[in-house]
Design a protein around this ligand. Structure first.
Ligand code: HEM
Length: 208
């Protein structure tokens, strides 16, 4: 809990900001939502989060494309057949969440950052038999899924909301947004290979 949790939350905030800076039209759409709901004369408050649906789609899309734990562990409670292979009861299985989150049979344009896929009537609806839209495995599933999911989503949403509401963001040194390096590390947890560098300019009328 102590070692895994904070890293994953930090990685997700950094990925979300990188994707937004790389896609200025989506950054603008999120800023518009924040301006409509919060205004420009005060900071975002935790109580605003429930009124910011597009922010939630941005974080879901970030977690879909960049699950900090790319391979999750599972087990079989009975004999079963998976992808044509017989798997006996009690087997330990490794599930490639990264690949499932980017499966082109499930997601349209899986390598494109498009938060609107999580909107009502978006392509992600109907993937989950429970009727939800969380058909990504970034928090695992079942009894051993991440107990920190609610806390993490809330923390990431709050941090990204404050960064995006408080500042306009550009890549450094005249770099074009699409030139931002999005290389991932390889390992049990996946983060950006290079730290995100970006230039903020204030956009609020109130003191920060
Ligand atoms: C964006 C942030 C986070 C992501 C993406 C994430 C993802 C995951 C994943 C994929 C698993 C493994 C599930 C499996 O193998 O089926 C896991 C397990 C776990 N996570 Fe998280 N996590 C995050 C943040 C946190 C935080 C903030 C905490 C605690 C405050 C936390 C506590 C745990 C614990 C205790 C487990 C082990 C659960 C078990 O084995 O029963 N995580 N997490």
């Amino acid at each position: 809990m102590l070692f895994g949790g904070p890293d994953n939350v930090g990685f997700t905030i950094e990925w979300a900001m990188a994707e937004l800076i790389r896609c200025p039209h989506i950054l603008l759409q999120l800023q518009r939502e924040l301006t409509d709901i919060v205004g420009l004369d005060r900071l975002v408050d935790e109580s605003d989060l429930g009124k910011l649906p597009f922010l939630k789609y941005v974080i879901k899309e970030t977690l879909r494309m960049h699950p900090p734990i790319p391979v999750v562990l599972g087990g079989t409670t009975k004999d079963c057949v998976l992808g044509g292979y017989s798997v006996p009861r009690g087997s330990r299985i490794f599930i490639d969440a990264w690949a499932i989150n980017r499966d082109c049979e499930t997601w349209i344009d899986p390598d494109t950052f498009r938060p609107s896929r999580f909107m009502p009537n978006g392509e992600a609806i109907g993937l989950d038999p429970q009727g939800g839209s969380d058909e990504f495995l970034s928090f695992g599933f079942g009894r051993r899924s991440c107990p920190g999911q609610g806390l993490s989503q809330h923390t990431v949403e709050f941090a990204v909301a404050q960064l995006v509401h408080g500042f306009n963001w550009k890549p450094p040194d005249g770099m074009k947004p699409m030139e931002l390096d999005m290389t991932e590390t390889i390992g049990a947890t996946v983060s950006r290979a290079t730290r995100l560098m970006a230039v903020p300019t204030p956009r609020l009328t109130c003191p920060l």
